[in-house]
Write a protein that binds this ligand. Structure first.
Ligand code: SF4
Ligand code: SF4
Length: 226
């Protein structure tokens, strides 16, 4: 059975509290063979405890499947991109290297690429994926667009991501501030933006004690000039 078209997956990274409940719950999914397929990344580990959950975005044109020489990764009509099929996967790691979101993981013991399949056994019958069913802050949410609009009036879903000249659209939505701004996430540009942690240090360093130099300026200083 396909995942009902009215039910969608929403990621709201700003709501993540780093509790790891999603990581633990993911391993409990019947189709995951005891493996967790979700990871928590630190946004700026040196300066902040803020984490962000990373799940498969279920791309409309999945790069992982395009680079797979063994045709082991299938995307079903409902837009879910499935984990590699055991008899086909040759453990070449192409998909691991190619995914722009850094999602697939190679299980070296099983010689098999494994990744989030949106808990297909659950979502295809209208149930929430394991992660969304336990996330206490609903950083991972599964439901209708109308529910999300009612619950998160100050946010809106976006499913277009810009990686340099490449545009990727996904089944999974990312929640961004509702006020104006583009209808896509410019991932490459965001990588060069100072994080909140850097910005706070910049404010602290930007006083007379440090000669008015901000933290970001200090970071960018050439040590040879010291
Ligand atoms: S996010 Fe990565 S693993 Fe998921 S469908 Fe897209 S390319 Fe494949
Ligand atoms: S590791 Fe497996 S799924 Fe990934 S590209 Fe190679 S054969 Fe395909």
């Amino acid at each position: 059975m396909p995942v009902p078209a009215t039910l969608e997956f929403f990621i709201d990274p700003a709501r993540c509290i780093g509790c790891q409940a999603c990581v633990q719950a993911c391993a409990e999914c019947d189709t995951h063979r005891g493996q967790s397929m979700i990871q928590l990344d630190y946004v700026d580990r040196a300066h902040s405890t803020q984490t962000v959950p990373v799940v498969c975005m279920h791309c409309d044109s999945p790069t992982c499947a395009e680079v797979c020489p063994a045709d082991a990764i299938k995307r079903t009509e409902d837009g879910v991109v499935h984990s590699a099929r055991k008899p086909r996967c040759i453990a070449c790691n192409n998909c691991v290297l190619a995914c722009p979101f850094g999602v697939p993981k190679m299980n070296t013991e099983m010689q098999l690429m494994m990744k989030c399949n949106m808990c297909y056994d659950r979502t295809s019958v209208g149930l929430k994926p394991m992660c969304a069913s336990v996330c206490p802050s609903q950083a991972l949410a599964f439901g209708t667009r109308e529910e999300m609009a009612r619950l998160r009036p100050s946010a809106r879903p976006v499913n277009t991501f810009q990686f340099g000249a490449q545009t990727i659209t996904t089944k999974v939505n990312m929640m961004v501030p509702a006020d104006d701004g583009p209808d896509w996430v410019d991932v490459t540009a965001a990588m060069h933006e100072p994080t909140i942690g850097h910005q706070m240090l910049d404010d602290i360093f930007d006083d007379d004690v440090f000669g008015g130099d901000g933290f970001i300026d200090l970071l960018n200083d050439d040590p040879a000039d010291a």
